[in-house]
Design a binder for this molecule. Sequence first.
Ligand SMILES: NC(=O)c1ccc[n+]([C@@H]2O[C@H](COP(=O)([O-])OP(=O)(O)OC[C@H]3O[C@@H](n4cnc5c(N)ncnc54)[C@H](O)[C@@H]3O)[C@@H](O)[C@H]2O)c1
Length: 468
Amino acid sequence: MAPVKVTKICCIGAGYVGGPTCAVIALKCPHITVNIVDLNQSRIDAWNSPDFALPIYEPGLVDVVRQARGRNLFFSTDVDKAILEADLIFVSVNTPTKKTGVGAGFAADLNYVELATRRIANVARSNKIVVEKSTVPCRTAESMRTILEANSKPNCRFDILSNPEFLAEGTAISDLFAPDRVLIGSLQTAEGVSACQSLSDVYANWVPKERILNVGLWSSELSKLAANAMLAQRISSVNALSAICEATGANIDEVSHAIGYDSRIGPKFLKASVGFGGSCFQKDILNLVYLSESLHLPEVAAYWRQVVEMNEYQKRRFSKRVVDTLFNTITGKRIAVLGFAFKADTGDTRESAAITLIKDFQSEKALVNVYDPQVTEDQIWLDLQEASPLVPLENIKKHVTISHSALEACKDAEAVVIATEWKEFKEIDWEAVYAGMNKPAFVFDGRLLVDADKLRKIGFKVTVIGRS
Ligand SMILES: NC(=O)c1ccc[n+]([C@@H]2O[C@H](COP(=O)([O-])OP(=O)(O)OC[C@H]3O[C@@H](n4cnc5c(N)ncnc54)[C@H](O)[C@@H]3O)[C@@H](O)[C@H]2O)c1
């Protein structure tokens, strides 16, 4: 069966994954028309904004969109038209953790995937290759196929592929330009293999062939959960060691450096921190926990659950260290929190450690000044309100203020807490920060970012993760 030559792509979901991924496909494949669609009008308006004020911050993204938008890259809310015209459809909608019902708190909420799939089935008038780009539990493709086949028009065939996205926020564009691998899962039937070839041919426009891996559907779906679980486990392992370092006088940076030399371990992803965040790690591990439990594998579920519990412990431990160090009370004390995004080079705040820290400081009745170079004020208020749904926003605003620079946030503070590893925090004028703070002036480095010795020479009392 000859593979279909893809000339029109539709991407349903213009978020952190659909937007950058399909913008890069458009850039690298000028012969393919790419329509990125979303139900969220304001998000689409931002993607189309004349001054490129895009809805997400990602280094290099504006350049990509500037080159391709209007040429062969289009953003729209007309989902049906894009489905009708496409040969290949990426489903790149959100799959958050379920909040209610069976599996609440663990299972993925597949409602958005199902709605998008039903839309495709209802609208399509010709054969389509439907690609799961969202991160989904193992065997979701089977449910998608059942929905598509039960609702499709006569002579309308659907081939389903899994093509999980491995980009990391903050480096999304360089990851997409030169991916470690592109994973495509398909049924091992003639039709499945042919559909897989069609998608492989799209990526082959810029990705070396040996980096495009073709596997079975279920392996592909599980590989995405597995990759995130292994990455998060590595962070939790280092963070668990950081607690031992603090208790023994060892230094976690030195330990990470030493173990990273072992070629079986490798040096990456060994940095201790206040805890991982982001929309994926926790959600995908909880998903794996749920899957393991559903498969009657309680020991496997407990093993992965511990990775998330260690992360919660690390955040709690850090907040407690702040309170303990500030003479066991932070009531009425002003604390500057530098960084609100879950990591540097993104404006994404989902599951950010900063949210938990600020909530902890609020419950101790501290006064918090927050500064982040990319996160909007509206987003900060939204997140803080969501973290404390029973506290009216006016009350939150009595204890939290948002500053427009790091220097302003630190003014008259007793302590500075570094929650995100933004490069600019390394480079701020720490002498000026010290001059403006109450004394003794404390710095709590939750990201191993600043030169603690240099800060101590200025006069700061510095507490660093993983050092006693
Ligand atoms: N963010 C990451 O770093 C990352 C990395 C790899 C994989 N993933 C996975 O990719 C998926 C998408 O993640 P994201 O961060 O882009 O989410 P997101 O919330 O930023 O974007 C999803 C978009 O889908 C839209 N949408 C939902 N239902 C729709 C429908 N029926 N029709 C049209 N649009 C619809 C929403 O309005 C939203 O804009 C998730 O499954 C996630 O786990 C995310």
